[in-house]
Design a protein around this ligand. Structure first.
Ligand SMILES: [Zn+2]
Length: 278
């Protein structure tokens, strides 16, 4: 069933487990994520991100994702990740996404608050939820994840959440997007302080490449939603490599890809502890 973020994250926060957001740029990934969630009886969040649209345009992928969410026997949030522009966030809501992230974290603080507040007002009128970001989760290609001045500050997080009315908040505590070059070090003390200061659930971006203990510690210290994408792509790459080495046909490689991605989703869900919660 199609639900919004509040309908899955309130329970996750209360029971201290994490719900995965697995971005799905095509129907192979979509099938892998939904079928694993159903097998494990886990609530799940799927969607796509603005930077991923060149690999799967919103109008093309949204009807498939939303129909799959409605048909699913577990709660599924269809979330637009890292909305960078107002127009694309509106398009996602109009297409039926039940949640959007507006990410104005790279820009000016006051502008981020004003833009996010406006999107919250509109999204709530659709019955959709909004995730915001304060502090900035950078890219693993740069050394942003070591730049502690970009980490989320407790006071700023509280002020931002209060001023915007967001339903969930992405925090910067040492993770980065993409594949890590060196082992990230998470600021769990800061995470715990933010968790104690705010009522809303917190989100960890840049989850691919973290250790199982990193996930468990983050969830124990207040994370309710974990974003995963790179690890699904790596699983897909491995399937294509294995399939080509074995001279498998296109459709057999496609099925192998779904199988490898399913294994990766399952592994993450079991670490997050979201299985058996729907
Ligand atoms: Zn992110």
């Amino acid at each position: 069933m199609l639900v919004n973020l509040n309908e899955v994250l309130a329970d996750a926060k209360a029971k201290k487990y994490g719900v995965g957001l697995f971005n799905t740029t095509d129907t192979d990934m979509l099938e892998a994520v939904i079928s694993t969630a159903e097998e494990l009886r886990a609530p799940v969040i799927i969607g796509t991100a603005e930077v991923l649209l060149p690999a799967g345009e919103l109008k093309l992928i949204a009807p498939a994702i939303i129909a799959a969410a409605k048909r699913a026997t577990v709660p599924v949030v269809v979330h637009y990740d890292h909305g960078l522009t107002f127009d694309r966030c509106m398009e996602a809501l109009q297409l039926g996404f039940s949640s959007v992230m507006f990410d104005g974290s790279a820009g000016d603080y006051a502008q981020n608050i004003a833009d996010t507040r406006e999107i919250v007002k509109i999204a709530h009128s659709f019955g959709a939820t909004v995730e915001g970001e304060i502090g900035h989760v950078g890219s693993a290609d740069s050394n942003d994840n070591d730049a502690t001045d970009l980490y989320t500050k407790v006071g700023e997080a509280f002020d931002y959440a209060t001023a915007t009315g967001v339903d969930a908040l992405a925090v910067s505590i040492g993770t980065a997007h993409g594949a890590y070059k060196s082992k990230p070090k998470l600021d769990l003390v800061r995470l715990n302080e933010i968790h104690n200061a705010l009522e809303i659930p917190l989100v960890l971006h840049g989850g691919s490449g973290l250790t199982d203990d990193d996930f468990r510690n983050s969830i124990a210290n207040g994370i309710s939603k974990v974003n995963i994408f790179t690890d699904l792509c790596l699983a897909g790459n491995a399937a294509m490599k294995d399939g080509l080495e074995k001279n498998m046909a296109y459709l057999d490689i496609r099925n192998l890809k779904v199988e490898y991605i399913k294994e990766q989703v399952k592994k993450k869900m079991l670490v997050f502890g979201c299985n058996g919660n729907s």
